[in-house]
Design a binder for this molecule. Structure first.
Ligand code: GLU
Length: 347
């Protein structure tokens, strides 16, 4: 099923899709998907973030049969360099297209290294039900077996389909559709590089998305985070809490930060030697949030440490990098422990 002629509400926009090809905004930001071969051996060395999104699109013949695609280069850099400022700038661009009635969906093409962070940021900040897709590639266009065109084609297929409305931001890679909240880059090398704790939402099969589940936690239209007037986000640091970590590192991290995501072991266990330094950092105003270095599972309040007594928060099951984004946004609205803890249990 592609776009139908029935009128329906998507997010805070009203659009009337007709029997026409969907119009998709494709925003280029760099990454391997925009990589250019360096030297004679195209399998090995390449320069990331070198091709324009127009050049990348031109390589994917046949993609235009699925949708009318308007490509726009909004940034050109490796996603490991993305800052909160970049997230806000990209989200503003996405917002513009999401709330333009002439567009049905938005795709962001970026480096895979922080795809999960940007997708989650969009998931929390763009209040639309239009499909929001983030994609990338593990092999540049010049490589044998490149996944650039398959991933871009799949992203367009997902974006062009009305079943993708209301799913929140999703990551489309390797024929899978992942919820922004749950997806992580779990492999640094393989084409099959992304995983979600509870599995993907669905697959891309024969040019169309096939969904098996929906995201349960709040996102997009039910999110309380508004970036329209946001200029910057507060600094939130992440500390991997291993036994040999010194108090100096903790206090330096805390000195200019509004929050500390402390990445403990297992259920968020923090070595005894770090409890006092962390409490010390907290006394200077930083919120302390316990996370886990385990990629799956939950951090339970008052289990490994007495969070009520210490006035600490827990991330629930959120990965540290995503907890950092959620905390930075939540601090804008209601910077109280109760409100912040609620966010970790609702988003
Ligand atoms: N530097 C790239 C990045 O933007 C490499 C990763 C990739 O695109 O696969 O994250």
């Amino acid at each position: 099923m592609a776009w139908t002629s029935r009128k329906y509400s998507i997010g805070r926009n009203e659009v009337s899709p007709t029997q026409r090809k969907p119009h998709i905004a494709l925003l280029g930001t760099g990454g391997t998907i925009a990589g250019k071969a360096r030297g004679d051996d195209p399998r090995v060395a390449y320069d990331c973030s070198s091709l324009s999104i127009d050049e990348v699109l031109a390589m994917c013949r046949g993609i235009e049969q699925k949708a009318t695609i308007s490509a726009n280069q909004i940034l050109q850099k490796g996603s490991e360099n993305f800052s909160f400022t970049d997230f806000i700038a990209i989200a503003r661009e996405v917002w513009t297209y999401a709330f333009d009635d002439s567009f049905d969906a938005v795709i962001v093409a970026q480096g895979t290294n922080t795809i999960e962070e940007l997708a989650y940021f969009l998931n929390l900040t763009i209040p639309t039900s239009k499909p929001l897709i983030v994609t990338g590639a593990m092999r540049p266009p010049s490589a044998m077996g490149s996944d650039v065109c398959p991933n871009l084609y799949d992203a367009v297929c997902v974006a062009a389909h009305s079943d993708s409305c209301g799913m929140g931001a999703v990551v489309v890679m390797n024929s899978e559709i992942h919820a922004a909240r749950d997806v992580i880059k779990s492999n640094s090398f393989k084409l099959d590089a992304f995983e979600s704790q509870f599995g993907p939402l669905g697959y891309v099969v024969d040019g169309a998305p096939r969904y098996y589940r929906r995201p349960f936690r709040k996102h997009t239209t039910s999110s309380e985070f508004d970036i329209r007037h946001l200029q910057a986000l507060p600094m939130v640091e992440m500390i991997p809490a291993y036994e040999g970590l010194t108090a100096r590192v903790v206090s330096e991290a805390a000195s200019s930060s509004a929050g500390l995501i402390v990445i403990g072991t297992g259920g968020g266990s923090i070595p005894e030697s770090l409890i006092e330094p962390i409490k010390d950092a907290q006394s200077r105003g930083a919120f302390v949030i316990r996370a886990s270095r385990s990629p799956e599972g939950v951090v339970v309040r008052n289990a490994a440490h007495p969070d009520d007594e210490y006035e600490w928060l827990v991330v629930d099951d959120q990965q540290p990098a995503k907890a950092r984004i959620l905390l930075a946004l939540a601090l804008q609205n209601d910077p109280t422990k109760t409100a912040l803890q609620r966010c970790f249990h609702e988003y």
